[in-house]
Design a binder for this molecule. Structure first.
Ligand code: ARG
Ligand code: GLU
Length: 705
């Protein structure tokens, strides 16, 4: 029996060792550099991340809190994905000037469009502060004591870092479930203007049909420019601001590339869960993903119906629809991938080895039994939480009611709240919201047991006789169904001072929000948080134990929206027996998919004309233009817009997606099929040159051939 287990361990370890997976910390890249160089990197660790000289990290940004982006000129020009700029492009659009449909290009700097809510963040430096924040902590102390020690120790470190420069902010966060702590110090710019974006027919080509899939032909890019004050420091928008001069920017490579070529991705992956316990894997793939998905299917069907009937509704719901559809589709890929990889069974097998290894190690022997005890309890509340978020909170006027209540509670001014309300109604269409609401509530009634629902829910159904009658009454009587009535309600609530709640509660949508939220806070989220905390503490020891047990394995810290380096090579894959996917897609594929009758595949006429003339100039490769490519880099959500670099550190692409068969890589990475999808810079240059009309941009973009 023993031999069998150690054999399994060996197997487990080797599969990990050869895999290309990992999202590594830039400040510790010297530990990976030899491996990277052996695979084709020509740069040094200092070129990638340095405190003493400009390095590649100075050209990478966190874009608007959820995407990555990079500088591509010495005049603050920034490229990210189209889908990362989508809601901003939408905000500048109306049926009169529909930049989603027609694209937008600033022909001069004056025409670049300022954005209301936008920020980009440069990493100034990162540092291991484990010893500092844990100083004074002794084993045997309670978790509460530990947390407060970390907070007290961390505060002066953060404050000192934030004084080091203009627009600096700092954050301390755990890695490896609290076995290590790092500080990240950022500089944030908020005057960031839209420079250009292709029409959705290019930037979103293939839409949600092609999303998460290969082969792909999406021109998923948009351009922005960072503005700074006269001293090159961050400043709020001002007409006097000037283009920011970055410490470093990327050159774009037009060089030929081949399958097998080294690439690396430098960006901000959001979340991965590579080291979780089997039960969590099961929960994700068998409960959470399928249920959340079903709820979104209902919403998407309703959105689609109204969006295809009315162009104004299509604009309003364009970004919302894309974001609902995005996770909806990914969850299916993730469930399938986990099943196919037998991740639950693999984890179980590993856990029994772990239990055996831990048996005479008191520091670890309690871990597995503790997980077994905690997870079943946690799951009930996790499910109620997931369901609450995807059904109750997914309703738009209910979420508006919540924002209004929070804003009034925080004593925000009427002007601020009204501006928020205006923004809300700009993208609101009542028939969609109402139709979704009733569908979601029916699911909620079916899947959430009585004990986890507020009594208010059944009371109201009894009171109104049917769910439909109840929902009709809410939409008939609530002030939140139109902008003026909503503002009027807010005015009355604010004027009521401390009695604002009574005013809000007289509105049925606000009452609904309040009843559900308080029930959720008092009966679900507190218990959920309690179990989550308990579980996270176990993970701290489990993580440490895994690292101690598998010494040969190299553990990267799970992604946490901090800057990381992933590396691999350009590589096709075989999704199924008898099929091989090539690593590169071209303009030919766009033309094959082109179909004027299908919204997602109707390309601009100019592109058809250029294709007919085959006049591609310097962007031609074998008589066509490369569009997208795939590689073995380990990426996740947040990596969108990340620079994809060659061995010399030149920009060959921007990351925007993963392939269908590899969408489970946040939990388990399969080197055979996990691929990141990137937009080829040659298509971007071709587009700017031939189709944008904004050729002046090519004067500031540097290329290498
Ligand atoms: N799947 C990509 C990502 O996760 C692209 C999403 C945007 N595109 C879309 N069709 N919804 O962000
Ligand atoms: N499209 C994703 C994003 O917005 C990247 C794809 C992925 O999840 O890997 O970050």
């Amino acid at each position: 029996m023993k031999r069998y287990f150690s054999l399994l361990t060996a197997l487990f370890i080797t599969t990990f060792a050869i895999a290309d997976n990992g999202m590594w910390l830039p400040s510790q890249i010297s530990m990976r550099i030899a491996d990277m160089q052996s695979k084709g990197l020509k740069l040094s660790a200092e070129d990638i991340y340095s405190l003493n000289q400009p390095s590649l990290k100075d050209a990478v940004v966190l874009f608007n809190g959820g995407c990555s982006g990079e500088l591509i000129s010495d005049e603050g020009l920034l490229i990210t994905n189209y889908h990362c700029g989508h809601s901003l492009i939408q905000a500048h659009s109306s049926v009169g000037h529909d930049y989603l449909k027609d694209g937008f290009w600033a022909m001069t700097r004056d025409q670049e469009l300022p954005n209301k809510r936008i920020f980009v963040r440069f990493l100034v430096y990162m540092d291991d502060v484990t010893d500092i924040v844990l100083s004074g902590y002794k084993s045997g102390m309670s978790e509460a004591q530990r947390d407060s020690i970390i907070e007290v120790n961390g505060k002066p470190v953060i404050e000192a870092a934030e004084k080091e420069g203009v627009g600096y902010s700092a954050r301390i966060a755990p890695l490896y479930y609290g076995n290590q702590y790092f500080i990240w110090v950022y500089q944030t710019f908020t005057d960031v203007r839209l420079v250009g974006a292709p029409p959705a027919a290019v930037g979103k080509f293939g839409g949600d049909t092609d999303n998460w899939m290969w082969p792909r032909h999406t021109g998923d890019f948009s351009l922005f420019r960072i503005y700074a004050d006269k001293n090159n420091n961050p400043a709020p928008y001002s007409a006097d601001n000037v283009p920011y001069t970055p410490k470093k920017h990327f050159k774009m490579s037009l060089k030929e590339r081949r399958e097998g070529d080294f690439t690396f991705v430098y960006g901000y992956p959001g979340t991965t869960q590579e080291y979780i316990y089997s039960e969590k894997v099961k929960y994700i793939s068998e409960a959470s993903d399928p249920h959340k998905r079903n709820l979104r299917t209902l919403r998407l069907d309703v959105q689609k119906k109204y969006m295809s009937a009315d162009p104004a509704v299509r604009i309003k719901y364009s970004a919302k629809n894309a974001s609902v559809a995005n996770s909806w589709k990914k969850w299916l890929g993730e469930m399938n991938g986990i099943r196919k990889m037998k991740t639950y069974e693999e984890k179980k097998a590993f856990e029994s080895q772990f239990a055996e290894w831990a048996a005479n190690r008191p520091e670890y022997s309690w871990i597995i039994p503790r997980f077994e005890l905690l997870y079943p309890q946690w799951e009930k509340y996790a499910f109620a939480t997931d369901y609450y978020n995807e059904s109750i909170r997914a309703n738009e006027i209910i979420s508006l009611a919540n924002s209004i209540r929070m804003n009034i509670m925080q004593k925000k001014s009427i002007d601020v709240i009204n501006a928020y309300i205006d923004d809300f109604y700009k993208n609101y269409y009542l028939p969609i919201d109402k139709e979704c609401f009733i569908l979601l509530l029916r699911q909620y009634r079916q899947y959430i047991p009585d004990a986890y629902r507020p009594a208010y829910f059944s009371d109201m159904i009894i009171h109104y006789g049917t769910m439909q009658a109840w929902v009709d009454a809410i939409y008939e009587k609530s002030a939140l169904t139109n902008v003026d009535a909503a503002k009027e309600l807010v005015k009355r609530a604010v004027e009521a001072g401390d009695d604002y709640a009574a005013v809000l509660l007289s509105d049925p949508a606000c009452e609904f929000e309040y009843r559900f939220k308080t029930h959720y806070d008092e009966n679900i989220s507190n218990v959920y948080d309690y179990f989550t905390e308990q579980i996270d503490q176990v993970y701290r020891y489990y993580m440490k134990g895994q690292m101690e047990m598998c010494q040969e394995k190299e553990f990267f810290p799970d992604a946490n929206l901090t800057l990381r380096v992933a590396y691999g090579n350009i590589q096709g894959y075989s999704p199924a027996d008898g099929i091989y996917y090539k690593p590169v897609s071209t303009l030919e594929g766009i033309m094959q998919k082109d179909n004027p009758d299908i919204f997602d595949y109707n390309i601009p006429q100019e592109l058809r004309d250029i294709y007919a003339a085959k006049d591609y100039g310097r962007y031609a490769v074998n008589g066509t233009v490369p569009v997208c490519f795939i590689a073995t880099n380990h990426t996740t959500g947040g990596n969108s817009g990340s620079p994809v670099l060659d061995g010399d550190g030149n920009l060959i692409g921007i990351n925007f997606d993963r392939v269908w068969e590899g969408t489970m890589s946040d939990i388990v990475f399969d080197p055979d099929v996990c691929r990141n999808i990137s937009l080829d810079m040659r298509y971007v240059l071709f587009y700017i040159d031939r189709l944008s009309g904004a050729r002046q941009l090519l004067n500031e973009i540097e290329t290498v051939e």
